[in-house]
Ligand binder design. Sequence first.
Ligand SMILES: NC(=O)c1ccc[n+]([C@@H]2O[C@H](COP(=O)([O-])OP(=O)(O)OC[C@H]3O[C@@H](n4cnc5c(N)ncnc54)[C@H](OP(=O)(O)O)[C@@H]3O)[C@@H](O)[C@H]2O)c1
Length: 248
Amino acid sequence: MFRLDGRVALVTGASQGIGEAIAKQLGAQGAIVVCAARRLTKLQMVADAIRQAGGQSDVVEADLSDSASVRGAVATTIERHGGLHILVNNAGITRDKLLIQMKEEDWDAVLDTNLKGAWTAIQASTKTMMKQRWGRIINIASVVGQMGNPGQANYVAAKAGLIGLTKSVARELASRKVTANAVTPGYIETAMTAGLSEDVKAEFTKQIPLGRMGSPADIAAAVGFLASEEAGYITGQVLSVNGGMLMA
Ligand SMILES: NC(=O)c1ccc[n+]([C@@H]2O[C@H](COP(=O)([O-])OP(=O)(O)OC[C@H]3O[C@@H](n4cnc5c(N)ncnc54)[C@H](OP(=O)(O)O)[C@@H]3O)[C@@H](O)[C@H]2O)c1
């Protein structure tokens, strides 16, 4: 169940955190995993770990805030591996500030990487997936894209936009058997949340019915399912992986 043998997967932001866990998960399920991000050395370590665990992997340098770089990464993946079946748009950044302090460049940086980068990767992958009559597009959004969050207007707008993008893409590509879904993590223990104080973490945890922050592996398991043959009748959906903190 949930095997991905023969599938080619491209995971953005695979150099650490949730993206690293997703890359390892898809590798363990049998996919050829192409790990993309800016830091090649880190990517190489993730790719090596996938191979050491018996999987197949590759790396490609990509800056998601640069459209030409994103298109290049998708093209390289298709050229080297003869196709692209699973695209996971995971790369993301935060530039948190209250609305009145937020600079235009904070807005642009977050929207460019988190939303435009995903759109560019999807657009670059679409022709190949349509021709294959098989594809899985999985966008890593966020619980805050569903509920809002003070100090994160740029990030929340990008993540809510990613959910809308997912639904449009799902409707547009469904006739070619290409699905598009979003996964919305809650608070996950990674570098992105490492800066929160213990007090803030304790406060967040109180709002989580399952009583703990999530792990990258919690998100990777959901992605591994959505990427599979068995998830072929699921499209345009938002899968919340948040310990119950939002029940939408
Ligand atoms: N952690 C959470 O609580 C949480 C909750 C909800 C949603 N999410 C989402 O989950 C995703 C992963 O988050 P995380 O917690 O694993 O974050 P993280 O540990 O900070 O990792 C972010 C990843 O994105 C990559 N990245 C950032 N900017 C990039 C760019 N311009 N081009 C290419 N890659 C870029 C980084 O790689 P390089 O630096 O090597 O480029 C890194 O691999 C993000 O989209 C985030 O918004 C996280």
